[in-house]
Design a binder for this molecule. Structure first.
Ligand SMILES: NC(=O)c1ccc[n+]([C@@H]2O[C@H](COP(=O)([O-])OP(=O)(O)OC[C@H]3O[C@@H](n4cnc5c(N)ncnc54)[C@H](OP(=O)(O)O)[C@@H]3O)[C@@H](O)[C@H]2O)c1
Length: 312
């Protein structure tokens, strides 16, 4: 990417889009194009097509999507599959029609089969059944990846797909209804500390293992790959390390300074026992994350305290 080129970051108010935008600004890119979902609803085919034809964009980061944790996935399956397939199809197709040079599509680790061998290698995609609760979201993401590959094959485009590990950081979703485990734990323990409570309840046994990546590391990897990766096969982005939910909860308790107990509610579902991305491919290209989990959680907690008054 050259500084004079026009770059569209979709979903720039979301966690990933805002991190990519921050990163591009820091790098000195000035021709950055952004639109809120109110200004440009990506599910609207005509609006998206007209926008791409008028803007003549060079690069697109496709970070807009409807997403959430277990609860959101089971409550809004129709919204997730409709909105994601519709918006990503509109963007990818319009990018091709208007001659965009390169597009980066964001996948998700839930596209890998339930019970996938660990760590999950890129080649394991479509090798088994998906986790039923996230299936509508996962199928939309797999459709996006296949669409990028198909356009590359038929039209010679340069569209790449990345699969991030579970992310955390500024602009994360801290809503108890929809959030992922790390922000959910930060909020729970912070609120318990403020109210002088003696315990917090955490869903499940605490034994599942998760890998967490700071969103600024993800943005760094996305910019790196936009500049250096041009294969159709998707590529994983993660730290290559994981820990149990129990270890994660203890680390968050220490960062927050919550003195109470953590009780694991074993009547609630655990989700997959382990979800670790194999990151050999990106490591071999010379990329690795720079933010340690403890430092990242401290930063995220500071961000949460600053913004908690304005969050849902
Ligand atoms: N967060 C993670 O841990 C994680 C991990 C792996 C992959 N991903 C993937 O990365 C992408 C971004 O995730 P995120 O965490 O940044 O999500 P996010 O914080 O929920 O942000 C999503 C953004 O997309 C926008 N958007 C949704 N539907 C839209 C539409 N129809 N038209 C225009 N904009 C629309 C939202 O705008 P409004 O709020 O105005 O609707 C929001 O700004 C998603 O594809 C997600 O699947 C995320």
């Amino acid at each position: 990417m050259e500084k004079r080129e026009k770059i569209f970051v979709t979903g720039h108010e979301g966690m990933i889009g805002s991190a990519i935008l921050r990163r591009l600004k820091e790098d000195g890119f000035t021709k950055l194009v952004i639109r809120t979902s109110y200004e440009l609803d990506l599910t609207d085919q005509k609006m998206v097509s007209d926008f791409f034809m008028a803007e003549k964009l060079d690069y697109v980061f496709l970070a807009a999507a409807k997403m959430g944790g277990i609860l959101a996935n089971s409550s809004y399956p129709a919204e997730f599959i409709y909105s994601n397939i519709q918006s990503q199809s509109n963007v990818i197709h319009s990018a091709w029609k208007s001659g965009v040079k390169k597009l980066l599509f964001l996948g998700s680790s839930c596209i890998y089969p339930k019970g996938c061998p660990q760590p999950m290698k890129e080649e394991y995609l479509l090798s088994g059944q998906l986790e039923p609760t996230s299936e509508p979201y996962a199928i939309a993401k797999i459709a996006g990846i296949t669409m990028c590959q198909s356009y590359n094959r038929q039209y010679g485009t340069d569209y790449i797909s990345v699969v991030p590990a579970d992310l955390y950081g500024p602009n994360d979703d801290f809503d108890p209804e929809t959030s992922h485990v790390l922000p959910a734990l930060i909020r729970k323990m912070h609120e318990a500390k403020i109210r002088n409570e003696h315990e917090v309840m955490v869903w499940g046994t605490g034994s599942p293992r998760r890998g967490c990546l700071h969103v600024d590391d993800l943005a760094d990897a996305c910019v790196f790959l936009m500049n250096s990766y041009d294969e159709s096969e998707m590529i994983n982005i993660g730290s290559g390390e994981d820990l149990t939910i129990r270890e994660l909860a203890l680390l968050i308790r220490e960062v927050i300074g919550f003195k109470g107990d953590i009780i694991f509610d074993e009547s609630k579902p655990d989700g997959a026992p382990r979800k670790l991305l194999d990151v050999i491919k990106i490591r071999n290209m010379g990329w690795e994350p720079k933010i340690s989990l403890e430092k990242g959680i401290r930063q995220t907690y500071e961000w949460y305290k600053e913004h908690s008054g304005k969050l849902k």
